[in-house]
Design a protein around this ligand. Structure first.
Ligand code: NDP
Length: 287
């Protein structure tokens, strides 16, 4: 007999999490603020609770997947969490996760925060590559890993409850930069007779080929030597930036996505670091 779980929040993500646990044979109690969203799950075998308190009372393992940290506080405001294992899969900041952990512990619960690195179709789909970062109570993670690993892979990143959110947001921030670059690239070709569908595989292959650059940056930060293994130096790249900017101008494309990063590269070069790659930009961001 698999252990009973409670899930609060049946939005796009909560609904697929619920289906994954039901499909794996876990008895599941669900609650959603708007009760109509629970109806399809009732038909699939979930027990629907009328209130959050009732839902929490039904299981020792309680998972929240709500809009934001404020929703979590509201949903659990008058709920008895004594002796519960609370796992929060609601996206938030590291500080919100740390505060929520202290709040849960004061109410007598063990706490684990999660950052979901997946979109709904990747949940309950082994091989999709989706996983969840977890941080906080190691004892909770060890005790509940079996159930937690069902919707997507489970990766524990530390006792600091803020670390899951920090890993999550760091990856999303890098993705944001990548999406910015992709947007600029398509803008450059847009008015020409270059089909986006023909350009797309070239872009994917190029980004994939460049991705291991990340390991070089990590090596620089680990050793403190930012010039090690650099094959494209900052002086050359800054020179190349002017070609990127002129091309944008020729194509009638705004360079506003590129210029903030280029300005940092120029500042680092002006400080005398022509033999580095771009790792020195990190120093400018953090000092
Ligand atoms: P949805 O907008 O689809 O659902 C939001 C859920 O939060 C609903 O169940 C909603 O209830 C509930 N809610 C909002 N405010 C409150 C409140 N004050 N009290 C109680 N319940 C409330 O969002 P998702 O399901 O997509 O996302 C849920 C979490 O998962 C978010 O933190 C999101 O960042 C994270 N996530 C989502 C991903 C995605 O691709 N969808 C990917 C990775 C993480 P109601 O139905 O009553 O409005």
């Amino acid at each position: 007999e698999k252990s009973r779980l409670t899930l609060l929040g049946l939005g796009a993500m909560g609904t697929v999490l619920a289906r994954a646990w039901l499909a794996a044979g876990h008895p599941l109690t669900v609650w959603n603020r708007t009760s109509t969203r629970a109806e399809p799950l009732a038909a699939e075998g979930a027990t629907v609770a009328g209130t959050a308190a009732e839902a929490v009372a039904a299981s020792d393992l309680v998972v929240t997947c709500l809009l934001d940290d404020i929703s979590v506080g509201e949903a659990l405001s008058d709920v008895d969490l004594t002796g519960k294992d609370l796992v929060n899969l609601t996206t938030g900041t590291p500080a919100q996760a740390r505060a929520r952990a202290a709040w849960a512990e004061k109410r007598g619960a063990r706490f684990l925060d999660g950052g979901i690195m997946a979109v709904p179709p990747m949940i309950g789909a082994p091989g999709s590559g989706g996983y969840v970062f977890y941080s906080g109570s190691r004892a909770l993670f060890d005790a509940r890993q079996g159930a937690l690993a069902i919707p997507a892979g489970a990766m524990y990143v530390g006792e600091d409850p803020g670390f899951a959110a920090l890993h999550d947001v760091a990856l999303l921030s890098a993705m944001t930069g990548m999406f910015a670059g992709v947007s600029h690239a398509f803008a450059l070709i847009r008015k020409e007779e270059i089909a986006p569908k023909d350009f797309a595989p070239l872009l994917v292959d190029w980004l994939t080929a460049m991705a291991p650059y990340v390991y070089g940056v990590a090596g620089h930060l680990e050793s403190g030597d930012y010039t090690k293994g650099v094959v494209s130096n900052l002086a050359m790249m800054v020179e190349g930036n002017s070609t990127l900017l002129r091309t944008a101008e020729e194509q009638g494309v705004s360079s506003e996505l590129l210029t903030p990063f280029m300005a940092l590269m120029e500042r680092r070069l002006a400080a005398g670091h022509s033999n580095e790659g771009t790792t020195g930009v990190i120093d400018l961001l953090t000092h």
